[in-house]
Design a protein around this ligand. Sequence first.
Ligand SMILES: Nc1ncnc2c1ncn2[C@@H]1O[C@H](COP(=O)(O)OP(=O)(O)OP(=O)(O)O)[C@@H](O)[C@H]1O
Ligand SMILES: [Mg+2]
Length: 293
Amino acid sequence: MGTVLEVRELTKKYVEGTAESKAVDHVSLDVEEGDFVIIMGASGSGKTSILHLLAGIDTCSEGSIKYTLPDEVRPFRSSRRYRQSGGNRPADLARMNEKEKTLFRRANIGLVFQQQCLIPDLTVYENIMLPLMLDRSRKENASREDKIMNLCGRFGLKEHVGKYPSQLSGGQQQRTAILRSVANHPPLLLCDEPTGSLNSAQTELVMDLLEELNKDGQTIILVTHDIRVAVRGKRVLYIEDGHVEGELDFTEHVPNGAGLHPDSCPDTAGTEAVCTIKEREEKLIHFLQERGW
Ligand SMILES: Nc1ncnc2c1ncn2[C@@H]1O[C@H](COP(=O)(O)OP(=O)(O)OP(=O)(O)O)[C@@H](O)[C@H]1O
Ligand SMILES: [Mg+2]
């Protein structure tokens, strides 16, 4: 497992008149391939600002955002800077211009927001497959399409693929949006409160889908206020006033199989055992209470 993302001293300042505020304040973090990072923190603490910087939607004031991409992933090939670098990696998003960032994002980052941005005039199938349709040159499109249709079947969308987004529930729309975001197999999926407008049953289904994608190797960073959502991740970063105030890791290294509870979380193969959902909840509540949650 290699490092997908290396963020150093990331800072975003806003200047209003003579006053300067920092929405993101010297954030450093490493994200490994297959990681599932949860970002929590009070409203206004800077969670969305961090995601927007990582996605290249916004521009940082200081710091670096270095992505190390697997060889098979096609980065922003048409970019002059990329060609000039001879294809060297990692790619620093903080040093790219707007066009380069857009190309980079399209090829490498999946984005999911609280409100799904589905195209109303396209069917569910067309929405999901849009990234593949836009890039018909890719050899692996057929196998990606099969994989995505398989996930549609397992997550209750198969019978809805011919419908339009307005004919779906909020949870079905969100699952559609997630599948569209991963259709072209981006190395990183960024989600900003993806369950924020869903009821608890729909939240469970959306998290089941994200957990399944993560088990399949998808690296995810997800912002949430919801403890039941957060416990599905592998670790939680707590943001306060724009900086990382604390981290809670749900994975514990114990000898093979030792200490495994019957309803332990699924990613427990080998020596990396993971505590149960209930244990995670207890740990997380304690962690959050210590921070005045
Ligand atoms: N364009 C802007 N100009 C000035 N300040 C901004 C701007 N955008 C965001 N901020 C400020 O940056 C801080 C962080 O905002 P951000 O949206 O990242 O918070 P958040 O943690 O995502 O909050 P929430 O949980 O409510 O979504 C806030 O104080 C916000 O007011
Ligand atoms: Mg936010």
